[in-house]
Design a protein around this ligand. Structure first.
Ligand code: HEM
Length: 417
């Protein structure tokens, strides 16, 4: 029965969530000694779960909808109304395949090459500068590479505001208040720009390469055989560009890990491909990014001794699952070696969702994310040397999404060898 699981007493716990951030759910799973508890967030009942079994439950195809499942502000910045994530069943599947089609290996490879070229041109510029903030530079690199890959024209004049807009949307995703409003304001700008691009393609004034994201979004037909609404196509284009820029966070965390483990940086600098893969996976496991995903149950079901009713709001703790001691030995240690010979069950390492991306809402961009992270770290370790001056590198777990406070400043940048 519903009463058998631990329940946070009181009317609302949103303040505790904002105070404790990524630790809010793990703290309570630990306190209760369970993988499930009930609470109230934004004045609504929520059931929080974590772990591999919870991920299997949550990602059972067709079990949850993302409609009315996220805090509205976060929703508008991260995953848009009318977009793929808000669809269910066959309508979702058809739209999702449009994204999966962009992730063919040769397409991913091309994005890696474009990003490497952008990094190298930045490296050349940095050598004349006293210091740079890696997070800002990584966002600039990724915005330019993503647009080029997507067939989106971007000149030096538009690259800077576009980068700033994507950055603000990502940064404002987890909050209510000024950071969020800024994101919402800038996003109207970005949407207008993206709509104009779709319209230019449809009018034949712009011809992006076949198979590029812009060409695919402009030409995609939904299940009713009609082209996507311009507004929806624009939103889906942004849904490729913006999260690609967000990979900058993982790159900064990777640079932080290299700084804290110089012996690992030395292995990466030698170009050890196997270690690079393990290191990138450990960055995605260890560092906090998207704290949780939410869904509303479409039908009643039972799990872990609890009866879920249709309409229940359930939050799966991604960060908590990536730090679950039942899955990861010594989870609070940064240890790439844990991934040697590792095979995922699909429900264990879940920074970008779980299960089969073709069947559910798991992120379609994981290959891109891992590829961009490896490309960046390989170049940062192998092609340049730099100093990491005194700065605040702490990663506040109360801020969502978080980052090293300084954004990771490096100085005295010089070419290696
Ligand atoms: C969905 C995380 C990068 C495109 C998601 C979800 C998460 C996530 C947690 C939601 C899963 C769910 O609701 O069950 C991340 C993180 C990234 C990242 C941490 C690192 C930067 C990317 C990239 C792309 C992308 C590079 C570019 C194509 C999407 C799309 C969805 C999605 C389109 C919606 C999928 C659906 O509803 O079926 N991502 N993502 N993401 N992501 Fe990512």
């Amino acid at each position: 029965a519903a009463s058998s699981i631990p329940r946070e007493p009181g009317l609302d716990h949103t303040r505790a969530l904002l105070r404790e951030g990524y630790r809010y759910m793990p703290n309570r799973f630990a306190a209760h000694g369970t993988d499930i508890f009930a609470t109230r967030l934004m004045f609504q009942s929520a059931i929080c779960v974590y772990g591999e079994s919870a991920a299997r439950m949550f990602y059972t195809p067709g079990r949850f909808t993302r409609k009315l499942a996220l805090p509205p502000n976060a929703l508008l910045l991260l995953q848009d109304l009318g977009s793929v994530v808000m669809r269910d069943g066959e309508a979702h599947h058809r739209r999702k395949e449009m994204f999966m089609a962009l992730m063919a290996p040769d397409s991913v490879q091309r994005l890696m090459e474009l990003s490497a070229a952008q990094w190298r041109s930045r490296f050349a510029q940095w050598q004349g500068m006293s210091r740079i903030v890696l997070h800002e530079e990584a966002q600039a690199v990724l915005c330019r590479a993503a647009c080029e890959w997507a067939g989106v024209p971007l000149d030096e004049r538009t690259a800077v505001p576009r980068t700033r807009e994507f950055a603000a949307m990502i940064d404002g995703a987890g909050t209510a208040g000024p950071r969020n409003w800024r994101g919402l304001m800038l996003r109207r700008h970005t949407e207008r720009w993206a709509r104009a691009l779709i319209e230019e393609v449809r009018a034949g004034k712009l011809q992006p390469p076949a198979g590029s994201a812009l060409a695919v979004m402009a030409g995609h037909e939904d299940s009713d055989g009609r082209l996507l609404d311009v507004k929806v196509a624009a939103v889906e284009l942004i849904n490729v560009l913006r999260p690609t820029v967000a990979v900058a966070r993982f790159i900064v965390f990777g640079a932080l890990a290299m700084h804290e483990h110089p012996e690992m940086r030395a292995i990466l600098a030698r170009g050890d491909a196997e270690f690079m893969e393990m290191f990138a996976q450990e960055v995605r496991r260890y560092y906090p990014f998207i704290p949780a995903v939410g869904g509303r149950a479409l039908q009643a079901f039972d799990w872990s001794g609890h009866h879920f009713r249709a309409g229940d709001w359930v939050l799966l703790d991604l960060y908590g699952t990536n730090h679950d001691a039942r899955l990861w030995r010594d989870p609070e240690a940064f240890r790439p070696e844990r991934f040697r010979g590792w095979r995922s069950s699909g429900f264990d390492l879940i920074p970008q969702g779980a299960g089969d991306p073709h069947q559910g809402h798991r992120c379609p961009g994981e290959d891109i994310t891992v590829g961009l992270l490896k490309t960046a770290l390989c170049l940062l370790a192998g092609e340049i040397d730099y100093d990491v001056p005194q700065q605040d590198l702490s990663v506040p777990l109360s801020r969502m999404p978080t980052l090293p406070a300084s954004g990771f400043v490096i100085s005295r940048i010089r070419a290696r060898r």
